[in-house]
Write a protein that binds this ligand. Structure first.
Ligand SMILES: Cc1cc2nc3c(=O)[nH]c(=O)nc-3n(C[C@H](O)[C@H](O)[C@H](O)COP(=O)(O)OP(=O)(O)OC[C@H]3O[C@@H](n4cnc5c(N)ncnc54)[C@H](O)[C@@H]3O)c2cc1C
Length: 344
């Protein structure tokens, strides 16, 4: 049977692996992170499994495609996903004053009962898929002995081989792994700008009476969300995730989030009419590649495939971004490989 290696165990890698498994293949997944999930990233405030948690990458997702919808419905039934219905506000600064106004909508927002990361892990485990984490791939090249196969080199000198490689890291990282070979791939032409940056700060801050999520229409922030509300928690102090605005982050892409945290917290405090000295930083993270940027390819592409070379590329950045885009991309790769008889 064809030996398929998927690099990246985020949503695109998960979707590709699940569809391959459903078609009777046994793909292997490897990821550089400590666990699967990628940008569906959740952390606990303490090692204790019951400790409070926060999502610091994707915050929730929506489902429009029929196939994705069917999967979501079964995960809602299985308790792997729940609906989150926050009161939403919009924040805008005009003439130096922040206005926080209700901004209700009827969108269905899906979250994991203990964060989005666990959703990915549980799906992989439920499908019996093998994933090997803590394995950073450094180079992918043609096998010196068998030119029809790929050689995949990881940290600490580990080398393995595969007939087919499916790459799912962000575009710039996928291009770096392929080295000179990337120049032959049109989808990677603007790899560096396919995804834009985002600085993420998590603070312990007072719960707000008027809202549990905020879309920022101006300033340095784009989004704030109350994780304690997501988890059904109560109390005066909640865990809030703050995400910076994409333009702000692109302008400060080399600056660690810890150096920008005070400015981002000050803006959140001003917009919500609170004191920033009541807010305590719980975590910071810089996403160098977060959401679709100026160089993102056409969202209709969904994926890139070279059936003769046994190389495929998937990921949200090929499908308009977002969790659903990542899943559609992972599914499209497998559908197209099967339709082209590339796995026979
Ligand atoms: C701050 C932020 C907020 C967001 N908010 C939302 C939201 O609210 N709703 C929504 O739908 N989407 C949101 N998104 C986008 C969403 O998270 C992504 O679209 C989706 O998770 C991407 O999945 P993916 O599998 O394509 O990529 P990733 O999740 O990035 O997966 C790629 C995987 O490849 C691995 N990898 C990379 N390089 C290597 C290597 N050299 N060796 C081995 N493994 C490697 C990574 O560790 C990672 O696990 C947000 C993203 C961010 C960062």
């Amino acid at each position: 049977m064809i030996d398929i290696l998927i690099i990246g165990a985020g949503v695109a890698g998960m979707a590709a692996a699940e569809h391959l498994a459903a078609a009777g293949y046994r793909p292997r997944l490897i990821d550089k992170a400590d666990g699967p999930g990628g940008r569906c990233a959740t952390r606990r405030v303490a090692a204790d499994r019951e400790a409070a948690w926060f999502d610091y990458g994707a915050q929730y997702f929506t489902a429009r495609d029929d196939g994705f919808r069917a999967l979501i419905d079964s995960d809602l039934d299985a308790g792997r996903l729940i609906r989150w219905s926050p009161e939403i506000a919009s924040a805008e600064q005009a003439a130096g004053t922040w206005l926080l106004t209700p901004s209700p909508d009827d969108r269905e927002r899906l979250i994991g009962p203990r964060g989005l990361n666990l959703w990915v892990r549980q799906r992989l485990q439920a499908a019996g898929l093998r994933f090997d984490t803590g394995r950073r791939v450094q180079r992918i090249s043609r096998d010196g002995h068998d030119g029809n196969r790929w050689q995949v080199e990881s940290e600490h000198g580990a080398v393995e081989h595969a007939d087919m490689v499916v790459l799912t890291p962000p575009a710039a990282q996928a291009a770096a792994l392929l080295g000179d070979h990337a120049r032959r791939i049109d989808a990677l032409t603007n790899a560096d700008t396919a995804l834009s940056a985002c600085h993420s700060v998590v603070v312990r801050a007072p719960a707000l009476a008027e809202c549990q999520a905020i879309f920022f229409k101006s300033g340095r922030l784009s989004w704030a969300a109350d994780n304690t509300h997501k988890a059904g928690g109560r109390g005066e102090m909640h865990l809030w995730t703050l995400h910076s605005d994409a333009n702000f982050s692109q302008a400060h892409v080399e600056t660690p989030t810890a150096e920008l945290a005070d400015a981002l917290i000050a803006e959140f405090a001003a917009a919500t009419a609170q004191r920033s000295d009541r807010m305590e930083i719980v975590g910071t993270h810089r996403w160098r590649y977060a959401r679709p940027g100026a160089g993102a390819p056409d969202a209709d592409d969904l994926c890139w495939i070279d059936t003769r070379a046994g190389l495929a590329i998937a990921g949200d950045w090929l499908a308009g971004g977002r969790v659903e885009g990542a899943w559609l991309s992972g599914r499209a790769v497998v559908r197209r490989l099967i339709a082209a008889h590339a796995l026979d």
